[in-house]
Design a protein around this ligand. Sequence first.
Ligand code: NDP
Length: 289
Amino acid sequence: MSKIIDGKAVAAAVLEECRQEVEQLKARGVTPGLAVVLVGEDPASQVYVGSKVRTCGELGIHSEKIVLPTETTQEDLLAVVERLNADPAIHGILVQSPPPPHIDEEAIVRAIDPAKDVDGFHPENVAKLALEDPSGFVPCTPAGCMRLLKEAGVETKGANAVVIGRSMIVGKPMALLLMAKGSDATVTVAHSRSKDLPGICRQADIVIAAVGRPEMVKADWVREGAVVIDVGINRVEDASRKSGFRLTGDVAYPEVAPKCAAITPVPGGVGPMTIAMLMKNTLISAGRS
Ligand code: NDP
């Protein structure tokens, strides 16, 4: 029987910790502030930005939502980032990804003050993660996965962990966190050029799937008693739903779950953790200010 790791419940606990930290910061005269910048009208981005701002409101974090038209120039966006860098009421800045194609996203990330880069994407924070220097910011989704493993009582020390995906947002930082001192996992990172992915996964005590391919990880890829963290969020057509689609992960949950010691569902697994860890990072930044 597999244990379902309840990301909603863990995220609620993290947000409760955040609520208390906000009170402590305010008692010290610091009101934490997060600025969220959205360029364009991408519907999914609008939903993400909306829930980040709403969560700030629920916790008593000051938030500034800046919505810019699709045709905003690189220069104008850089000017907004510069203004936020200089604003002492703002401790965290994020520019919602993906921006419109004419924007150089990497240059925007580099323009954000690393001390306010609560997404943890600035090269300085990437380097600090690799160096195991705790003065940086850890990207929210992999940080959320680590917290889920901890809350589920999963032993990472000496475990064989397979991370599928090598993106800068999930796969790479996830691998760094798992192999860091203290976590002490033996990590394999797989990607689209990996040979015999099912065979690689079968060696894993812990599988982290961050691919973006619906239900790719099958039951015969996973050994009996493994722990599976499914980061994927994929929209698949579903005529039985009013919306016409449903969300599914990168793992074929119905067939994989019975083999696992523990597994995250989609939705309700990693997803809720990402915003919770963003709030945590904002409070860390405010605490340092
Ligand atoms: P990217 O597209 O940036 O990266 C996907 C990775 O998967 C790449 O490294 C790619 O390899 C690899 N990959 C693609 N196809 C295959 C394949 N057939 N076999 C093996 N590896 C493959 O995606 P992200 O990392 O940004 O996101 C991954 C998933 O996680 C998505 O579903 C996304 O929606 C979800 N996500 C969820 C979040 C949450 O809050 N829960 C937050 C962020 C993302 P290569 O490098 O060779 O191209």
